[in-house]
Design a protein around this ligand. Sequence first.
Ligand code: ADP
Ligand code: ASP
Ligand code: MG
Length: 423
Amino acid sequence: MGLIVQKYGGSSVADAEAMKRVASRIVATKKAGHSVVVVVSAMGDTTDELIDLANQITPLPAGRELDMLLTAGERISMALLAMAIKNLGFEALSFTGSQAGVITDSKHGRARIIDVSPGRIQEALNQDAIAIVAGFQGISQDTKDVTTLGRGGSDTTAVALAAALEADVCEIYTDVDGVFSADPRIVPTARKLKSVTYEEMLELAASGAKVLHLRCVEYARRFNLPIHVRSSFSNLEGTWVVADQPEGGNMEQAIISGIAHDKSEAKVTIVGVPDRSGVAARIFQSIADADINIDMIVQNVSAAATGLTDISFTLPRTEGSKATGIVQKLQGEIGFQSIQYDDQIGKLSLIGAGMRSHPGVTATFFAAMADAEVNIEMISTSEIRISIVCRQADLKRAVKAAHSAFELDADQVEAVVYGGSGR
Ligand code: ADP
Ligand code: ASP
Ligand code: MG
């Protein structure tokens, strides 16, 4: 007997039937004697549809109003799920993020949780009810406005609540059976990981493996809270995200645990930049002042004849036009030649703690890219990750080639995708 926080993603509650199926899973957990808190996402592709709708009104909706709109998606789910549970004869109460005590900063569209005071959730549990919480949303401490935590943020709501309530485990229910060695939608032979460390999962999530929201992994690591990622469509054991790899637990100590890919970035190249101190600082300070996060940066060696160099960087595509606008304004002051913008890039990342102690990973990786005729445009590394940028059209082929090169393919196909549109 303990406290379990369960999170159901959009594909798990896509329609009324799915909602009822999830309700009976929740009731089964309750019947087994546990206290249950459920975090739920908007149904199916509701969030995308609401964004499309807003964009039909205006290309740049005000952050406050967009958050008001998007949080409605999770609100629909929480109420329907509470009804479905009551229908099964169990007490359930739904709560918005604000009612659940999820307090955030005031950055609309990507608010950070700064405190969780789940008094009402605790009360509901004390009354033996199942508490249903709308994911992905909170309330700003300063403005008291409704905020959202960024796409995929319901995972973070779940882990933050689990930490605040001192739950035994946070279960993330999704449309695949766990965390795989690559996205099962791209590599059907991907292998399910029995467990993965917080450290590796952080790199996977930061590199585009959207099965878990990056912040939720940061949160879980900080509170040493185990996450169990599993499917709501099967009863299979999923993947445990934990502090340390259990002895002999996973994939015979593979060098590479997983491959992530990301199609959401764009590349900006500033051509003919005078190679003198202070220039890079000026450019990147202006971008930082606009609150834009950049990912990779490459600066070429300057040509001896001209003393000019090129600087390229990648960033979320959604920030592309803002960033090029900012750089453009600096042209007079810095005196570079031109700006190029490329939104047809893809990023592939190899992640594995085993990399630390195995030389030759880069050589194997690059040879695989060469065999697959994938041109590498940019490279960046961390202790346990190597990322490359290539053409977006080559990305799928690159992921498959890297997956085979590191012998990650499962012996038998186990990567089932149960639902979701992959949007
Ligand atoms: P949910 O709506 O349940 O939050 P998401 O779409 O956010 O689901 O995340 C699940 C999806 O993540 C899967 O359908 C899969 O396509 C994708 N994914 C990407 N990388 C991985 C990976 N390494 N392992 C499992 N799933 C992955
Ligand atoms: N509904 C939100 C989204 O689609 C949050 C989530 O599902 O985690 O991004
Ligand atoms: Mg998700």
